[in-house]
Write a protein that binds this ligand. Structure first.
Ligand code: PGA
Length: 252
């Protein structure tokens, strides 16, 4: 049985005070939901404060990106060690916004995934096709390439610690969610790619989140699909009530 994981990607939102107010409210709504793993991903500036505030809570904290070097002349970058030092256990890698706006490639994603695992973080590795890929029938090819390149060289232990997030780019922040069947189709493809590279047993254990306009009204149906093990939530994770509703939807 794969434990559902619901993560809130706050993107470029919330100051430290706003983040702290939010987690106080969130804790009152979702803490103790032991069968669901709940994670929030604040901006770098709020990581430490949020991690401290959630120290005795079941809610985990994630960074939204990292760099693969541990230290050196890399202005503006943050290492896995620094993220761990700020109290986080997870890091999102290869989000489509990083790929689209900040030049992230499958190769840089792979370097970051390896650095995250080496540093002791759980990477949440994002893959997903653009609208034109889907419309030209390239979804499987694009997602397979992103996945195969992104997890290249990972050991069995590493892949078992890794979380994959399928996020069709056309569904992110657009209000257009993939239908539960569209999500299931790609999640099952992702599982079969992992089975081919590792084994059926390993593929059955790896958790695959869906992301892209998940909200309280569509979450339950998406999460009811057999290969959908959770959600990576953007917009709807900025409001504690709607994020908590999505967490509750994953109990079913
Ligand atoms: P969204 O974002 O829920 O606002 O579509 C999802 C994501 O980017 O992870």
């Amino acid at each position: 049985m794969r434990r559902p994981i619901i993560a809130g990607n706050w993107k470029l939102n919330k100051t430290i005070d706003q983040a702290l107010d939010f987690v106080v409210e969130l804790q009152s709504l979702v803490d103790g939901t032991g069968d669901v793993e709940v994670v929030v991903a604040p901006a770098f500036t709020a990581l430490s404060a949020v991690a401290n505030a959630l120290n005795n809570s079941s809610i985990g904290v994630s960074a939204q990106d990292l760099y693969w070097e541990n230290s050196g002349a890399f202005t503006g970058e943050i290492s896995a060690e620094m993220i761990v030092d700020s109290g986080c256990s997870y890091v999102i890698v290869g989000h489509s916004e990083r790929r689209q706006f900040f030049g992230e490639t499958n190769q840089s994603v792979n370097q970051k995934v390896k650095a995250a695992l080496e540093g002791g973080l759980v990477p949440i590795v994002c893959v997903g096709e653009m609208l034109e890929d889907r419309e030209s029938g390239k979804t499987k090819k694009v997602v397979t390439n992103q996945l195969v390149d992104g997890i290249d060289g990972l050991s069995k232990t590493d892949i078992l610690r890794t979380i994959i997030a399928y996020e069709p780019v056309w569904a992110i922040g657009t209000g257009k969610t993939a239908s539960p069947d569209q999500a299931q189709e790609v999640h099952s493809l992702i599982r079969s790619v992992i089975a081919t590279s590792y084994s059926d047993q390993i593929a059955e254990s790896v958790r695959i989140q869906y992301g892209g306009s998940v909200n309280p009204s569509n979450a339950a149906e998406l999460l009811s699909k057999p290969d959908v093990d959770g959600a990576l939530v953007g917009g709807a994770s900025l409001d504690a009530d709607s994020f908590a509703e999505i967490v509750r939807a994953s109990h079913q």
